[in-house]
Write a new protein. Sequence first.
Length: 505
Amino acid sequence: MFLHSILSTLIFLPISGGVAILAFSNEHQGRRAKLIALISSLLSISLCFLLYYRFDLTLPTMQFQESSVWIQPLNIYYFLGIDGISLPMILLTCFITLLVVLDAWHTIHEKITQYLAAFLIMQGIIVGVFSALDSILFYVFWEAMLIPMYLAIGIWGSQNRFYASIKFFIYTFFGSALMLVALLYLRYKANSFSILDFYSVQLNMLPQTLIFFAFLLAFAIKIPMFPVHTWLPDAHTEAPAGGSVILAAIMLKIGAYGFLRFSFPIVPDACKHFDLLLIILSLFAIIYIGFIAIIQKDMKRLIAYSSIAHMGFVTLGCFSIYRIVEHSKNISAALMSIEGAMVQMVSHGFSSAALFLGVGILYHQLHTRLIKDYGGVANTMPVFAAFFMLFMMANVGLPGTSGFVGEFMVILSSFQANPWIAFLATSTVVLSAAYSLWMYKRVFYGKVANTTISHLKDIKMIDMANFSLLTLMILGLGLYPDSLLKILHPTIEHLLTLSLQSKLI
């Protein structure tokens, strides 16, 4: 019986924990609030193990469904369920939030209870996004997750945090306004707000096109795709370490998740018609943004631009499927393309979280993110330097790390679409190696910029635990990607079938 409400528990357990710890305000009770946050995160992880254990890997359909009337006059339901696409995202969300909670134990000293509450509530809302099957419920969760992130940037951010938080909120809120209009139109055509019912709606090319661009604006801003990416570097630069981690590791993936959950199965003809546009924008993100990352002087801005470039691989893998099928008739290659995009999403979640946590550790001690202010860090922080090198290699896509698997699958499958697409996409290997290793060399082995470097302290046990868990994930997925692919395969195979079926009347 408990399994019938496990998704609701995963949503409301962290939200309840976040609300509960707001009762603790002074420093002594703040320690108790940390313990409550840790227990809530560990319980969520335990439920994720149960969810994975009871998940049927052979079924492409929605599992653990929950449905009850929410707003009767409007026929809106509290409707939840997960498949092989949403399960990895929920697991990633709960895992990354645990790392953020652990990191906050010794890096956040002001308003710690509110900080922990914001991220626990955000965790529950994001799980709601990945499990909602009613479109209005999805939209409510989609908009609600902006609030705790806005507060995290605005309260615990750096010097220009107010500008960055407002820019983040306006961009993402504006982007989803047209999405609501599209959802209301689909409800009119399907006579239901259920996302699954939308999949059977047949539409002419004009409404498909309008719906496609309504979804595109919302999802492209969230990813973010070129040219609507400018909010991300500012948000990352000014956000606290935990905010940057959640943004890069989870929230960016919600945009790509939206394409898979909405655009491809609902308006496949429009996706096919405009696939070249999305491929070009993805290649711009991979190449042009890669060059921008090379010239960055701030470590967090460099990693932020790197995230945009890596997410370009995700959208490239998704929108290459039509040209793969058209040119080679190879359904297996198209399937590998989407699976590679999903692997890249999960892998980037691990590597970006590790890099932002690492920069947060350096900033906590020296209060600067500028590359020129460092040098010789490896002499005083050798353990941290070793971990950071591994995470940089995962970011570059070194074979044996998780970063290699997704990129390799996307590049290999894109050859079936067009060799030039694969050639241009491969440039990311050179570009990411250039900006990643350049930054690592200057920060860890370059000329010592100031005497304060000699007083740096190596990572503490909590950081060691965080980095060890991330190392396990990066190497585990890199050496045994089938652990993720066997979850993805049935659902993506079903999604590909829907994406290749015309919905024209």
